[in-house]
Design a protein around this ligand. Structure first.
Ligand code: UT7
Length: 332
């Protein structure tokens, strides 16, 4: 059976740096609180006019170059985002058109913080069934245009940043070479409203009103402590299950790519499972939480630093809105 190898990675973040001090001018917050509770010092915001497709294009060109493929070899685009350029269609058709891939399969994955993880699992399944051989997997987010920068929204707004990351995934002939060794995915819709953006939505008649805008129901809302408590319980469970499926132990994993939601969550998980911090890379301090983009961005930077090499056993683990969570174990 074929297996999925990641043959190229790329990332893009906008040039505009927004520090905690910059945010403290807009709302009642401060650098110390944000660093202590989240580990974030600064994040990037897009300049007016820049779209997700713009960011993904830059990241994709890097990934395609590293993969050493021709663009027309790409047979499918799988795109994860919660901040689509428009209500519909999704972001994948815009990415496809921008890259001149018109005609291939396109799909959007709406899974927030685990969007990229689920996208990888879907790409892997498509490759394993023989449907496609070369797939572009993208994660991107523009949060900065949709946050409540008043004090009321401070718990959410200080966390998020903009950015994009891309993998080129290709079929290999499997066996003992590179590929996905174990996958564990979950969701629990009981908590769908614990981290969500309520409006606009088809549940409302009409779906968008001036009142909703006035009531700030178009901004994301989060029960932060509830998310935190579930994340530190569910992530270790899932990481262990995925390792078992791969026939490995936690300590056999050479490098962990964690979603960047909160530095404290990742440190807590590592401490509980006895994972040394040098087997991870956290860049939330400089990019914040870029949701669907965190995992490919961390992967790209870890590869650059030589932390992920050919043959490395790499674990990807994420928890977020839905709630959704999961882990993928891969031989690089
Ligand atoms: O990727 C998406 C998944 N999201 C997550 O994984 C997020 C998980 N949760 C978290 O990261 C944390 O819950 C937060 C960072 C969001 C909040 O940290 P916390 O330690 O749980 O703080 P809290 O919500 O319990 O709030 C503590 C205090 C409150 O004030 P009072 O009621 O004690 O007076 C908040 O109003 O901190 C206040 N607060 C702030 N103060 C300064 C909330 N946000 C801020 C802020 N600056 N930005």
């Amino acid at each position: 059976m074929p297996n999925m190898k990641v043959v190229g990675t790329g990332m893009y973040v906008p040039d505009r740096v927004v520090t905690n001090h910059d945010l403290a001018k807009l709302m009642d917050t401060n650098d110390e609180w944000i660093i202590q509770r989240t580990g974030i010092r600064e994040r990037r915001y897009v300049p007016p006019g820049m779209t997700s497709a713009d960011m993904i294009e830059q990241a994709a060109l890097t990934a395609i170059k590293e993969a050493g493929i021709e663009k027309d070899e790409i047979e499918a685009v799988v795109s994860a985002t919660l901040s689509m350029d428009h209500m519909f269609p999704g972001i994948a058709p815009f990415v496809q058109d921008r890259l001149g891939l018109n005609g291939c399969a396109v799909v959007d994955i709406r899974n927030q913080c685990t969007g990229f993880l689920y996208s990888l699992a879907i790409a892997d399944a498509w490759i394993k069934t023989g449907l496609y051989k070369t797939i572009l997997v993208t994660g991107s987010e523009i949060h900065s245009t949709g946050l409540d920068f008043s004090t009321r929204g401070r718990d959410v707004s200080v966390i998020f940043g903009d950015g994009a990351g891309v993998f080129v995934a290709q079929a290999t002939d499997g066996q003992d070479g590179p590929g996905v060794l174990g996958t564990d995915l979950h969701g629990d819709g009981k908590y769908a409203k614990a981290l969500w953006t309520e409006a606009e939505g088809s549940v409302f008649h009409p779906r968008l009103t001036h009142k909703m805008l006035d009531e700030k129901r178009l901004f994301p809302q989060m029960k932060g402590q509830l998310v935190f408590a579930h994340a530190i319980r569910k992530l270790p469970e899932s990481m262990k299950t995925a390792c078992e499926k791969a026939g490995l132990g936690i300590q056999d994993v050479d490098f962990w790519v964690f979603h960047q939601a909160n530095l404290r969550i990742n440190e807590f998980v590592c401490q509980g499972l006895d994972i040394p911090l040098d087997k991870t890379l956290n860049n939330i301090d400089v990019y914040g939480n870029t949701t669907a983009a965190t995992m490919p961005i961390v992967t790209y930077e870890a590869k650059k630093k030589g932390l992920i090499k050919d043959g490395s056993i790499v674990g990807f683990a994420a928890f977020g809105a839905g709630f959704t969570w999961g882990t993928i174990i891969m031989r690089w």
